[in-house]
Design a protein around this ligand. Structure first.
Ligand SMILES: [Zn+2]
Length: 215
């Protein structure tokens, strides 16, 4: 589904939303749970894009419902995978995810298959193509969002619909999360494209509610 300004929400992906962004470069943002590569490729084919023209896969953070199909998509598209440097050891599987998240790949395995970790990731800097990369720690230590012209692809910083925060029991550090929310909502925002829930116009009503949370 084309949301706005050349940005597609990839339909049919289980787990977190995956987005295809077009513009100066073609990127896939997040990849859903394991086993979603066929759904992602099916969507790309439907809109006339060969998966091999993807120039990169960007992971907002290390959770299994975002990174699950990253390795398979990399093998199909033959493109690099990017994440924040703090997040890379977790995504590679060299450092265990903290708390309950350590067990999520095991919990989802009977339904979606084994999480195969990527073997090589590139560290994101502050820009990639025409996107600004903003480090937004809180949900996880190396969580990032992408920002361009009032559009924010926010991973699990916010959920869509009635814009709200991700469940607090999944939060790594609440103080850092507050600071990250503050940093993002100070910017001009037109669209919030979340990992969970629908793409949502960034009305001041919901953003004010988040400001209350931050105070
Ligand atoms: Zn998450």
């Amino acid at each position: 589904m084309l949301v706005t300004d050349g940005i597609h929400m990839v339909e049919g992906v289980k787990g977190a939303n995956a987005y295809l962004v077009t513009g100066s470069q073609l990127f896939l943002i997040d990849t859903g749970l394991p086993g979603q590569e066929y759904r992602i490729c099916h969507y790309l084919n439907n809109i006339g894009i060969e998966p091999t023209v993807l120039e990169g896969i960007i992971l907002t953070h290390y959770d299994v419902d975002h990174v699950g199909s990253a390795l398979k998509m990399q093998q199909i598209a033959k493109c690099p995978i990017y994440a924040h440097s703090i997040e890379i050891p977790y995504i590679l599987g060299r450092v265990k995810r903290p708390g309950i998240k350590r067990w999520l790949p095991t919990a989802t395995r009977p339904f979606y298959g084994k999480l195969n970790s990527p073997t090589e990731l590139y560290s994101l800097s502050r820009e990639l193509g025409d996107w600004e990369i903003i480090h937004t720690p809180g949900h996880t230590p190396g969580h990032i969002i992408l920002y361009r012209n009032g559009i924010a692809i926010v991973g699990d910083l916010f959920q869509g619909g009635e814009i709200r925060l991700a469940p607090t029991y999944f939060t790594w550090d609440k103080d850092k999360l507050r600071a990250s929310v503050q940093k993002v909502i100070e910017r001009p925002l037109r669209w919030i494209l979340p990992g969970h829930g629908p793409a949502t116009p960034a009305s001041s009503h919901w953003l004010d509610k988040l400001l209350t949370f931050c105070s």
